[in-house]
Write a protein that binds this ligand. Sequence first.
Ligand SMILES: Nc1ncnc2c1ncn2[C@@H]1O[C@H](COP(=O)(O)OP(=O)(O)OP(=O)(O)O)[C@@H](O)[C@H]1O
Length: 354
Amino acid sequence: MAISTLQVTQFRNIAQSRMQFSSGLNAIVGDNGSGKTSVLEAIYLLGFGRSFRSPRIRRVIQHEQSELVLFAQINHDRIGLSKQLTGETQLRINGETVKTQAALSKLLPVQLIHPEGYGIVNGSPRYRRAFLDWGVFHQEQSFQEVTHRYKRLLKQRNALLKRRAKFRELQIWDRELVIQAEQIRAMRQDYFAELVPEILAITHDFLPEYQFQFELYDGWNSENKLADILEENYPRECQMGFTLAGPHKADIRIKTDQGNAAECISRGQLKLLVCALLLAQGQYAYRVLSKPTIYLIDDFAAELDPNKRALLAGYLQRNNAQVFITAIEQKMLEGFNLTDCHLFHVKQGDITQQ
Ligand SMILES: Nc1ncnc2c1ncn2[C@@H]1O[C@H](COP(=O)(O)OP(=O)(O)OP(=O)(O)O)[C@@H](O)[C@H]1O
């Protein structure tokens, strides 16, 4: 998977731009505030249906405009997305309207390396679930549907808890909820077991000073049946108005020989650990599914010494991955193999290819 062209209209400070990308490395260079990150954000929006910088689309649509439009050519598919100030979204694949973002996401396996994404290590469990589910989503055809069903049932259950419904009423939904929960657990466990050796191999190269451990918590104590836990938790859940156990509470626990990773590693090490996690997913997707990943890296050089930069650059340029990096100066690209690199200069939202 590689994006060959991207057309951006009324996106942040980019009024209109058409870029032709390399299937390998793409470097986006420019001063602060010129619009480099906006290029990454546009690709991310196509891949995830949302921005990584703002939950409010009106911040992303160019000032005084009412919509943004993006088109990308990915191998043989042309995908399009438009978002209006009114909140309306339109998605297209090869001219046909599609209803769900998942259809676009399948075509665009995007991974973002940006301080906003460091939550995978030091943020709430929600970030780690999103990380895990990215991989399961690309691996398991049915995962999207099962999680969708689970979320719907959970919403219904929480609504019942809020109005303090009798446990008998909940039980009708719980049977189905437990079936979906078990399926999610099995898919996550299978994927995680395959992924951990890949992560350990990369952390061994990036951060040899630590012994890492990665443990998956399913969202409930696996020694007990979820149905029993739901019954046991009922009085407390009724008071709180939401469900306390289930796949929506899953987490990955990241430990080093010195304790919880988030509490003992430095800022540069944090970046390397996040990179190791995302690279492992990309490596796995390529090895098992033959799906190359698209990496978006904001301010590649920040926080890394030259050796680590070269190491990271080497990993990024493996497995047929397409890489987009931003940098303030071209000299910050040191460490990358620049053969076939497409270089873009950004100045106040104007993008020119060198
Ligand atoms: N909705 C919008 N409409 C027009 N311009 C916007 C909008 N939102 C942000 N901007 C401007 O667009 C630019 C976007 O900058 P962006 O964050 O992409 O820059 P950057 O080159 O990555 O900067 P840095 O190197 O500082 O991270 C900023 O100058 C910002 O003021």
